[in-house]
Write a protein that binds this ligand. Structure first.
Ligand SMILES: Nc1nc2c(c(=O)[nH]1)N[C@H]1C(S)=C(S)[C@@H](COP(=O)(O)OP(=O)(O)OC[C@H]3O[C@@H](n4cnc5c(=O)[nH]c(N)nc54)[C@H](O)[C@@H]3O)O[C@H]1N2
Ligand SMILES: Nc1nc2c(c(=O)[nH]1)N[C@H]1C(S)=C(S)[C@@H](COP(=O)(O)OP(=O)(O)OC[C@H]3O[C@@H](n4cnc5c(=O)[nH]c(N)nc54)[C@H](O)[C@@H]3O)O[C@H]1N2
Ligand code: SF4
Ligand SMILES: [Mo]
Length: 740
């Protein structure tokens, strides 16, 4: 047996580990970390300890993989399909899109996307050329809110902690659990801790990250803005802030100091459940142990109301403590200067201002509007090398798009093309989403497997996985590094399968819809070669000559020569950009309409805070449920309940429990967990059961344990600025599910 070794980039999670896969006769046998890569030592720890990486052969050669394009032949949801060729799929879909565009306008075609590793700038390019302003995704709750607030305040993306073991003295993790979700960061955190860095974790649960912390702030879900303003208040009143940086480089410090006075530690303690002394301790530690690196994630983005305010406060912290653009703290980064930016590839200038104005729900998600994006981008352009792609940062408001599908208001949405996402499992208020997707004239889904979402489609297209296509990765143009790899496996095998890249899909449609001149690259590899062209390498040359990696050395204090890409040229603690958009320029915590403090009657019926979606080691969101070895390790959905609460309710460890909200109920299995407050429960997300029938009413067990059946996307559950919906911090009731 001839075994070839191919360098690859693991596309399953954001860590993007470099691996070497062993391939024989078009099949992957296994993988090893790429020790020749400059970060090989990290990948060794990550990839070898990663259950999903260990299962790639089982995953990618699974008998349930989609192999050929499918066209629905039965009624929608009957799970009856006819195999068709790619040519027919392109012809049919392009013809239907042309018809819908003719009748309702291009805005009636919406695009839904998941994982960005699937060549999203090319999706945007197709979409803008078609003339639609409507893409919708989970951007509002998945890092993009943080990106936009950071870009507004700093003129660059500042979220990633630049932890340097031995240099970094404190690490502040805000609503993130890198021990599961971001293993690359976690590796650095543990190394830095060994060398004396203090770790502060803000999380309602005692995660592994929290358990390793020097200070764990176990807050009431959804109160991050209050807590962080409490920290800011301590830092200012105790004069622990960096006076020189603040005076020279910050705008709005006096207004901030005034606002922070509303958040004395004792008052904040009442709101957040975190003892005042811990608030002071955390503030002093972060402000005095410098350099301090900080990172926030879903804990802040997914709380709905107050989410944007939390992020504003989160980005104030590194500035007032002088942690900006210093070694071991927070870095101003940007893409590698020698690659073509995503913003150029997508070409948002090709979408007319008239169409841009039609973006659905811009008023409920102002942070993701064209107006906001163009304002921010104009300011960013003052600093060389800074730019921001629109595909992730200009996004219609998902709840509004779903309602438009159902009601035709503000105008009809008739078609959705969904790529690399399983929205019926991943988006909130699934009953509504189901109704919306069912009402479409055309639903096209491109995936690796059948899912509840493909089951509602008219066309299902088989995607080439990350092993079956070239990859170029640089964290969406945030990092000045480039990783690239050639396809490790063929995407086409005569008589067995014919999978395509997303690039091929968009280009195939584009060629049929009058976009010929805009798709000069025959395939993804050519397109990526164009992206790398300023660097002077093709993908295969960079792999052969440099192991598929290029980077720029870090420089610090860059703002001293360029200023910041904001209207004032400074870090805007009080944001003139957000003010211009009609928002409070400073953070403020306001109890949400659905909070028990404002609606005690509701809280009587739903007495527990519900947080959802803490990441699971074995799975990436709704994926891998069909992989037997992983399923054996984590067979069922688990809801974490404090044993005191469970005992009070007569629930034993391992009992099935109903989780109920105003939207309905689903079941998960009780897991006793003393690391959660008795007033809070945590439910897993991403659950469906591929082993159950695909046709209605089952839809692969869509309604049984999928927590998004009960999460909410109503206006009162969304943040006013970002539009982000509340997947964490709403209210629920729990009770034992009867069993006989
Ligand atoms: N294994 C695995 N890894 C993944 C993923 C996966 O599905 N599986 N998904 C990837 C993706 S797309 C993302 S976006 C990242 C997410 O990365 P993270 O955000 O780091 O991970 P999560 O576990 O989603 O959430 C972090 C923590 O937020 C806490 N939290 C809940 N409510 C609140 C609150 O009100 N305030 C605060 N401060 N914290 C709160 C939760 O208890 C949880 O521990 O993970 C990525 N990594
Ligand atoms: N309640 C709750 N809901 C959440 C969250 C939460 O914390 N709580 N987290 C949210 C977050 S941050 C995120 S990012 C979303 C994720 O939600 P989704 O974007 O829906 O992510 P997945 O469930 O991973 O679905 C990805 C789909 O793409 C397919 N796929 C994998 N690789 C490829 C490929 O290369 N090409 C194509 N075409 N398809 C591919 C997979 O088979 C899978 O069906 O979930 C969100 N939903
Ligand atoms: S899934 Fe595992 S191997 Fe792949 S990038 Fe993530 S941590 Fe690395
Ligand atoms: Mo995400």
């Amino acid at each position: 047996m001839v075994v070839e070794l191919k360098k690859a980039i693991c596309g399953i999670c954001h860590s993007r580990c470099r691996v070497v896969v062993e391939v024989s006769d078009g099949r992957v046998l296994g993988s090893k970390p790429d020790l020749e890569h400059p970060h090989g030592g990290i990948f060794k720890t990550l990839a070898l300890g990663c259950p999903r990486q260990q299962a790639i052969a089982e995953y990618f050669h699974h008998p349930d993989r989609l192999n050929y394009p499918l066209k629905r032949i039965g009624e929608r949801g009957e799970n009856k399909w006819q195999r068709i060729s790619w040519e027919q799929a392109w012809d049919d879909i392009a013809a239907r899109l042309a018809e819908i565009r003719e009748k309702h306008g291009a805005e009636a075609v919406a695009f839904h996307s998941g994982d960005p590793s699937t060549q999203e700038p090319f999706r945007a390019r197709f979409q803008y050329l078609l003339g639609s302003p409507n893409t919708f995704s989970d951007a509002q709750v998945c890092f993009a809110s943080g990106n936009m607030i950071s870009a507004a305040m700093y003129g660059c993306l500042m979220n990633l902690a630049a932890v340097r073991p031995g240099v970094t003295k404190s690490i502040l993790l805000l609503g993130t659990d890198p021990s599961v979700a971001a293993r690359r960061l976690w590796y650095h955190v543990l190394e830095a801790k060994k060398k004396g860095a203090k770790l502060i974790v803000v999380d309602p649960r005692r995660t592994t990250s929290a358990a390793n912390a020097d200070i764990w702030l176990q807050l009431r879900p959804g109160t991050d803005a209050a807590l962080l303003m409490g920290l800011i208040n301590v830092i200012i009143t105790e004069e622990l802030y960096d006076r020189e940086f603040v005076e020279k480089w910050c705008h709005g410090f006096d207004e901030l100091a005034l606002r922070a006075k509303d958040y004395p530690a004792e008052k904040v303690a009442e709101v957040t459940w975190v003892p005042a002394e811990k608030i002071r301790d955390a503030a002093r530690t972060y402000a005095t142990c410098r350099p301090g690196a900080s990172q926030s994630a879903m804990g802040l983005e997914m709380i709905g109301p107050n989410s944007a305010a939390s992020l504003q406060a989160r980005f104030i912290l590194p500035a007032i403590t002088g942690n900006v653009d210093i070694r071991g703290g927070q870095l101003i980064r940007g893409r590698h200067p020698m690659i073509v930016p995503m913003a150029e590839i997508e070409g948002s200038h090709m979408l007319s201002p008239t169409q841009k104005r039609k973006q659905i729900g811009a008023d409920q998600s102002m942070l993701f509007s064209w107006e906001c994006y163009e304002l921010i981008r104009k300011n960013m352009a003052k600093v060389p090398g800074q730019d921001i792609p629109s595909w992730l940062h200009v996004v219609a408001h998902e709840p509004a798009v779903l309602r438009a599908m159902i009601t035709g208001e503000p105008y009809p949405v008739k078609a959705v093309i969904n790529v690399a996402a399983n929205p019926l499992v991943s988006i909130p208020n699934v009953k509504l989403a189901y109704k919306a997707f069912r009402s479409l004239d055309l639903l096209v889904v491109m995936d690796l497997f059948h899912t509840p979402t493909t089951q509602l489609a008219d066309y299902v297209l088989p995607a080439a996985s990350w092993l079956e296509r070239p990859m170029v990765e640089n964290y969406e143009d945030i990092l000045p590094t480039v990783d690239c790899a050639e396809a490790a496996l063929p995407s086409h095998k005569e008589g067995e399968y014919d999978r395509r890249t997303e690039y091929d899909f968009w280009r195939g449609l584009g060629l049929r819809l009058g976009q010929e001149q805009y798709w000069p690259w025959q395939n993804l590899e050519e397109a990526y070669n164009y992206r790398l062209s300023p660097l002077g390498y093709t993908v295969s040359e960079l792999v052969a000559q440099k192991g598929g990696f290029a980077s720029e050395p870090s420089k610090y204090g860059k703002y001293e020569s360029t200023g910041f890409g904001t209207p004032t040229g400074k870090v805007e603690l009080s944001s003139t950009v957000l003010e211009k958009l009609g928002n409070d320029p400073l953070p403020r915590h306001e109890e949400a309409a659905g909070s028990p403090l404002r609606d005690p009657e509701l809280a009587k019926r739903y007495p527990y805070f519900l947080i959802t979606g803490g990441r699971i080691r074995e799975y990436y969101h709704s994926q891998q449920r069909q992989v037997e070895s992983l399923r054996r390790k984590h067979p069922q959905p688990l809801v974490q309940i404090n044993p005191a609460t469970a005992a009070k309710l007569g629930i034993a460890d391992g009992d099935w429990v109903w989780i109920e909200t105003t939207n309905g109920r689903v079941r998960q299995k009780c897991k006793y967990f003393s690391g959660i407050d008795p007033r809070v429960v945590h439910a897993e997300h991403g659950w469906w059961f591929p082993e159950e029938p695909g046709e209605e009413p089952w839809l692969h067990g869509l309604w049984e344990s999928n927590i998004n059946v009960v999460t909410d996307d109503s206006a009162q559950s969304c943040d006013k600025l970002s539009g982000g919906w509340q997947l964490r911090g709403g209210l629920c009731n729990i009770y034992k599910a009867k069993s006989y």
